[in-house]
Design a protein around this ligand. Structure first.
Ligand code: ZN
Length: 368
């Protein structure tokens, strides 16, 4: 397999366009055309993760946290990112990262966390919003299938398990070709009206430009008429956080012990009465404080996340308990499903791929 095959496998599950716009996901170091036989899966690249990769002859590290979240200006040992990137390049170890796109996908980080905590009936806590646009293209009859194919090739018109979703309405278009024009139909200087179809489809905002280019390539007009506008439709196939049910009600105290055990957390911080009964549990792996309101609205008895700041604790609604179980602790649970998906996808393609989960605990935080 090639590194680009691994990219396709991960991005079929966690599309890049669902990532936070300021994120830096995808191939961080390496040549997508290179062959890969051994892949290491880790939350992040550290010196010890690289040493392990060298020992295990890994060609590629797939990480959750991007190696170059804030890209370094130089690849020298002067900065930790520069040092790690340089070391990977010198050792011919590629690095590929799936970060916020892996957070928001089904069976991604928050679903993995929910399953690790034994939740059932898991669903997204908050749908992904502000990621879609609508594109409408005007074409003469006979060219509608070309447009539809161009939409689909760029990822426009995908709704859940359906592709090629579009809507078309017939109408009359008018135009007057100027002297400089080279019109597909009509004559220069004379006002024309013609039958046209308006074909519209939903498109991820991040793919608008590519969609326009692909449609332009098959559109017969010298000047393609099209509109792109934002829509507020939430993207139901992707979302932030997750919420589910414990099989049986239990005290917050008992749940805290279970969280600690399942997430391998030395300690957990929480607010709420340890004797209160909890069953509906909201979660967000990593820094999920922004979802506290959504968690309370979902009727959750308790919300499990990480990186909670002092003032945030003060603002937690009385109806809900809050647990900060740690960033590494709430995210390392994705490594097993990520490795499994790589192994299974390789097996489906009848390819040999050796996948290991790092044994290095990359958590820099200690408790006592
Ligand atoms: Zn994280």
């Amino acid at each position: 397999m090639r590194i680009s095959d691994i990219e396709h496998i991960v991005e079929a599950w966690a599309p890049r366009w669902t990532a936070w716009e300021r994120d830096n996901v995808g191939l961080q170091v390496g040549d997508p055309g290179r062959t890969v036989r051994t892949v290491g899966v880790a939350l992040e690249v550290t010196d010890r993760v690289i040493a392990e990769a060298v020992r295990r002859n890994a060609d590629l590290l797939v990480t959750h946290h991007p190696l170059m979240f804030r890209p370094p200006r130089t690849l020298t040992p002067g900065s930790s990112t520069g040092r790690l990137a340089l070391e990977c390049a010198e050792r011919k170890i590629a690095v590929y990262s799936a970060h916020t796109n892996l957070d928001v996908t089904r069976d991604g980080v928050s679903f993995a966390l929910s399953k690790t905590l034994g939740l059932r009936d898991i669903r997204f806590l908050a749908p992904l919003e502000g990621v879609l646009a609508k594109i409408a293209v005007f074409v003469p009859p006979g060219h509608e299938e070309d447009v539809l194919r161009a939409f689909a090739s760029a990822g426009a018109g995908e709704i859940g398990n359906y592709t090629h979703c579009s809507f078309r309405t017939p109408g009359v278009g008018t135009f007057l070709p100027t002297r400089q024009a080279d019109p597909f139909m009509g004559t220069r200087g004379s006002l024309e009206s013609t039958e046209e179809l308006r074909i519209e489809a939903i498109v991820p905002r991040a793919r608008v430009r590519e969609t326009v280019e692909r449609v332009r390539a098959v559109h017969p007009y010298e000047e393609m008429a099209y509109d792109v506008y934002p829509v507020d439709t939430p993207e139901a196939g992707y979302g932030m956080g997750a919420v589910g049910m414990l099989p049986h009600p239990q005290t917050l105290g008992a749940f805290l012990r279970s969280v600690q055990r399942h997430l391998k957390a030395d300690s957990v911080r929480f607010c709420g009465d340890a004797h209160r009964i909890v069953q509906r549990v909201a979660v967000c792996g990593g820094s999920g404080s922004d979802l506290i309101t959504a968690a309370a609205k979902s009727g959750a008895d308790v919300f499990v996340t990480a990186d909670v700041t002092y003032h945030t604790w003060h603002d937690v609604p009385a109806s809900m308990a809050l647990i900060d179980a740690g960033h590494w602790e709430t995210e390392h649970v994705i490594l097993e499903p990520l490795a499994r998906r790589l192994r299974e996808s390789a097996a489906e393609r009848h390819e040999r791929l050796n996948v290991y989960i790092t044994r290095v605990v990359t958590n820099p935080v200690q408790s006592m």
